[in-house]
Design a protein around this ligand. Structure first.
Ligand code: ZN
Length: 88
């Protein structure tokens, strides 16, 4: 497996981080900070979804973009960390 994150692997890693943080909080650790971290990760996840869109069923399916990472769609990708239209 390549160490260069694809939109899919980055998305999965961030989802795993959210789950781990929630579990962390459930055990009483960093409870005050976890919601902020989870929300921040959520912003990143939504940005990745602009590169690799997901349907309502949570699957990417055929919603390809030039750089979603699927076969034939492996253009360079990036996300805007703090988009001007970011909501709280
Ligand atoms: Zn695709």
């Amino acid at each position: 497996m390549s160490s260069t994150p694809t939109p899919k692997s980055a998305y999965e890693a961030l989802c795993a981080a959210q789950s781990a943080l929630n579990e962390h909080a459930r055990r009483g650790m960093d409870v005050g900070r976890v919601p902020h971290w989870v929300a921040t990760i959520g912003v990143l996840l939504r940005q990745i979804e602009t590169v690799r869109p997901l349907a309502n069923n949570g699957k990417h399916g055929e919603l390809h973009t030039d750089s979603c990472g699927c076969e034939g769609h492996t253009g360079p990708w990036s996300i805007v960390m703090w988009p001007s239209e970011a909501t709280t």
